[in-house]
Design a protein around this ligand. Structure first.
Ligand code: EZ4
Ligand code: CO
Length: 404
């Protein structure tokens, strides 16, 4: 079943998304998410200029072989741009295989290992009372797990706080350049235990509580944070330190039993190997669209399963509905599933992406349509042209650039 066309669709229905669409000689189409927030056109060009020409004439059924061809054949390996591009091809081919088989992708992956996919939503607030109201909204809607972020007093802008729960990290291009935030670790470390105390005091312990540190701390600060949050029984703290320094996680481990989640910026199994094999983390957050697609993500998750690490895939609003659907198919099948992030998407995304996934009692299901169960409306996509946008940049009070 030969591939006859592969094209890239760039669109901005609420925020930028890059989608690869592959067509076979029988007219079967498959789609994959190729979005890399703030660097979208680099993946679009990688696909259009270098990958799409290689796909024409290849057998769409040979998913593993095409994966190896694109990975090893490029000579230059790994990295977010390459691995996001390969992921888009891989996911589109799984979509095609499912459509040809007449089965949802999760059936091809071994079938459902659970009834639904536990997700966590993003509650946030400028103040603790505002945050508590937002947490209440999530619990009322049936969420069993909630990530909470509140603006740190004294800081003008804190990551993860936005007027729209789907658009937290969307920075419009009006300013032409990234916005800059100021960060102060001391104020943050004192404030977070107060936040978690308020949440548990008002809502109790009958749901999972999560928090994203967004790479801000040193190892010993992260140890202190984890220890100070132990009374609130966190499901996890995420990205406590910048994960390039992986031995740092040993220091965190030595100081706290608060579970640790890492991996949203990882793009290959090699980024995960040390942390997983040394059992320095509890959840691996690699995503289907930034880690080489379904084919590669399953290898990461199998490595994690061998070492008692569970999954907790990244699912921010800058990963498209195509990516979220693919994540749900994988999540439904893997033995060591932990949780799935669900940030939602900004309208008018539904004009462009038609989805089949459903949410009931805190659990998502990918649906039973053949393939991924997601489609892109190209005419609608064309109504929302790309707009350059950047993630913010962070500085300390003295002007030094810090991790955002
Ligand atoms: O900042 O996806 O856990 N979720 C996150 C995200 C990331 C964005 C970066 O593009 O940390 O909101
Ligand atoms: Co995060």
């Amino acid at each position: 079943m030969k591939i006859v066309d592969a094209k890239v669709i760039v669109t901005c229905p609420g925020r930028n998304y890059v989608t690869l669409k592959i067509t076979t000689e029988d007219g079967v189409t498959g789609i994959g998410d190729a979005t890399l927030n703030g660097r979208e056109l680099s993946v679009a060009a990688y696909l259009t200029e270098h990958v799409c020409p290689l796909l024409i004439g290849r057998d769409a059924h040979r998913i593993g072989d095409i994966w190896q061809y694109l990975y090893k054949g490029a000579y230059w390996r790994r990295g977010p741009v390459t691995m996001t591009a390969i992921a888009a091809v891989d996911v589109a081919l799984w979509d095609i295989k499912g459509k040809v088989a007449g089965l949802p992708v999760y059936q091809l992956l071994g079938g459902a290992a659970r009834d639904g996919v536990l997700v966590y939503g993003h509650a946030n607030g400028q103040t603790i009372p505002e945050l508590l109201d937002d947490v209440a909204r999530f619990l009322d809607r049936g969420y069993r797990a909630v990530r909470v972020q509140a603006a740190v007093p004294g800081l003008e802008k804190t990551y993860g706080i936005g007027g729209n729960s789907a658009g937290l990290t969307y920075e419009p291009a009006d300013g032409e350049l990234p916005s800059e935030h100021v960060w102060e670790t001391g104020a943050y470390l004192d404030f977070v235990p107060e936040v978690m105390a308020a949440v548990r005091e008002r809502f109790g312990f009958g749901f999972h509580l999560l928090h994203d540190v967004h790479h801000r701390l040193t190892p010993i600060e992260a140890g202190r944070l984890g220890k100070s949050l132990e009374p609130y029984r966190m499901f996890w703290i995420e990205d406590p330190t910048p994960a390039e320094d992986q031995a740092a996680f040993r220091t965190i481990r030595q100081h706290t039993t608060t579970p640790i989640a890492v991996g949203e910026i990882f793009n290959s199994i090699w980024d995960c190997q040390y942390l997983i094999e040394e059992r320095l983390i509890d959840y691996i957050r690699t995503s289907v669209s930034h880690t080489g697609g379904i084919t590669h993500l399953r290898r990461v998750f199998d490595l994690a399963a061998l070492h008692g690490v569970r999954t907790g895939s990244h699912g921010a609003g800058d990963l498209s509905p195509v990516s979220f659907a693919a994540a749900l198919h994988v999540d439904l099948t893997v033995p060591n599933f932990g949780i799935q992030e669900y940030m939602g998407h900004l309208e008018p995304y539904q004009e462009v992406f038609h989805t089949n996934y459903t949410f009931t009692d805190g659990l998502f299901h990918p649906g039973d349509a053949p393939g991924l169960g997601v489609d892109i409306d190209e005419q609608a996509a064309a109504r929302y042209p790309y707009q350059r946008a950047y993630l913010p940049v962070n500085r300390l009070r003295d002007g030094s650039v810090h991790d955002w």
